[in-house]
Design a protein around this ligand. Structure first.
Ligand SMILES: C[S@@+](CC[C@H](N)C(=O)[O-])C[C@H]1O[C@@H](n2cnc3c(N)ncnc32)[C@H](O)[C@@H]1O
Length: 231
């Protein structure tokens, strides 16, 4: 995968040397209110996710640029816990090796991920099988078919967000079927993600976006926005 203008504008690893400082690396305590069996499953998933990413970083990212860097799993978990309700459908935009989508499944969401890199989708499906998760993944783009990014500035570059066939038909659900959508935008990509939601999301859905790229990695948190008020 080739480098795009996204990394040149602002990198989520800005200031971090290669191989250190990535956001998923810190680990951390899992909330004590979780049932012990769920805590154990999540801990095993996060540990394996971090190992998979370390291997991916060495095997892929040290040779060529790739947009996959993971969010901090424990912080995403803390953001998802208050959103848990029976029957809610969760979607991860750019699900990479699947850890966050599988986490959402373990928390009781009906969980789906869309990822452009088919090799990562294979890895996510393997990880889901291994951890007894029903999370579902599509290889494709999280941009809905027919969606076009037309910002007022006229600069319609999409940064690190790539292009390919839309993944929603494979999932059997359009974007408007999802209650919670999680995305990790690189610097400058937040407006595009919000616009997709504005155009194709459900007004009462929540968009959880990982961090603001200008913040230092340790300060980043997922922030959620309901879409009804943003229309
Ligand atoms: C910054 S990484 C985030 C990975 C994961 N969501 C996390 O937070 O740990 C962004 C991911 O989005 C994927 N991606 C980029 N453009 C995409 C698109 N149009 N549709 C689906 N996935 C895309 C990349 O391959 C990469 O795996």
């Amino acid at each position: 995968m080739s480098r795009t203008d996204g990394e040149q504008r602002s990198s989520p690893r800005a200031g971090a040397s290669r191989g250190t400082g990535w956001e998923g690396g810190g680990g951390g305590a899992l909330p004590p209110e979780l049932a012990p069996a769920l805590r154990a499953r999540l801990a095993a998933l996060f540990d394996e996710g971090r190992e998979l990413w370390e291997r991916f970083d060495i095997a892929v990212r040290r040779n060529e640029w790739h947009p996959f860097v993971p969010a901090h799993y424990e912080k995403v978990l803390a953001a998802l816990l208050p959103l848990r309700r029976p029957g809610l459908r969760f979607l991860e935009w750019g699900s990479a090796n699947g850890v966050i989508t599988i986490m959402a499944d373990m928390l009781g969401f009906e969980a789906y991920g869309i990822e452009l890199d088919a090799a990562l989708v294979d890895a996510a499906r393997d990880l889901a099988r291994k951890h007894g998760s029903a999370a579902r993944f599509a290889a494709g783009s999280f941009l809905p078919a027919g969606y076009a990014w037309r910002p007022a500035s006229g600069d319609a570059r999409t940064g690190t967000i790539g292009h390919g066939p839309s993944g929603y038909p494979q999932l059997g659900h359009p974007l408007e079927d999802f209650d919670i959508v999680f995305g990790y935008p690189w610097g400058g990509e937040e407006p595009l993600m919000r616009d997709i939601m504005r155009c194709h999301g459900r007004p009462d859905a929540t968009l959880l976006l990982w961090g603001v790229a200008d913040e230092p990695p340790d300060a980043r948190q997922p922030t959620g926005e309901p879409w009804g008020t943003a229309r």
